[in-house]
Design a protein around this ligand. Structure first.
Ligand SMILES: CC(C)(COP(=O)(O)OP(=O)(O)OC[C@H]1O[C@@H](n2cnc3c(N)ncnc32)[C@H](O)[C@@H]1OP(=O)(O)O)[C@@H](O)C(=O)NCCC(=O)NCCS
Length: 108
């Protein structure tokens, strides 16, 4: 993953509690759009949730991007994830159009 063209190792942020890894988030490049970053997975271990870890990681990512001169960060959430949607809205992300994902199962 570290040699993938969209990977930015410095923007891979990990939260630690003593020796334990308890959360992560990362920003990656968007091919062809140098002033935009995409924020991918944000995750916090179950016993560390509700303590503001994801919010802190989000803020740290935004600040890192700001210092780099990035103009915009994009991210995507499932509508079934009100917690992450709340964190993103609190962090200043604005809702864009919804994307509907369809699936058709094909019989063997
Ligand atoms: C989503 C996730 C990252 C949140 O991490 P966290 O460290 O617990 O989040 P924080 O403590 O920073 O913020 C929690 C906030 O969510 C909000 N929240 C919690 N439950 C909520 C609900 N049911 N509906 C709406 N908002 C809710 C609250 O605003 C809370 O903020 P508060 O401090 O004002 O109470 C964590 O639950 C997780 O890892 N989930 C599994 C992975 C995942 O779904 N990741 C997101 C997709 S990339």
């Amino acid at each position: 993953m570290t040699d993938h063209p969209t990977t930015i190792p410095e923007a891979f942020l990990i939260a630690c509690r003593d020796e334990e890894y308890i959360g992560l988030t990362y920003l990656r490049r968007v091919p062809g759009l140098p002033h935009i970053l995409s924020q991918a997975l944000t995750g916090v271990t179950r016993d560390a949730r509700g303590l503001g870890v994801a919010t802190a990681l989000k803020v740290a990512g935004i600040e890192w991007a700001r210092v780099q001169g990035i103009a915009e960060i994009r991210t995507w959430n499932s509508q079934h994830n009100p917690r992450m949607i709340s964190i993103n809205e609190r962090s200043g992300f604005i809702r864009e159009i919804a994307v509907c994902e369809f699936r058709k199962d094909l019989p063997e």
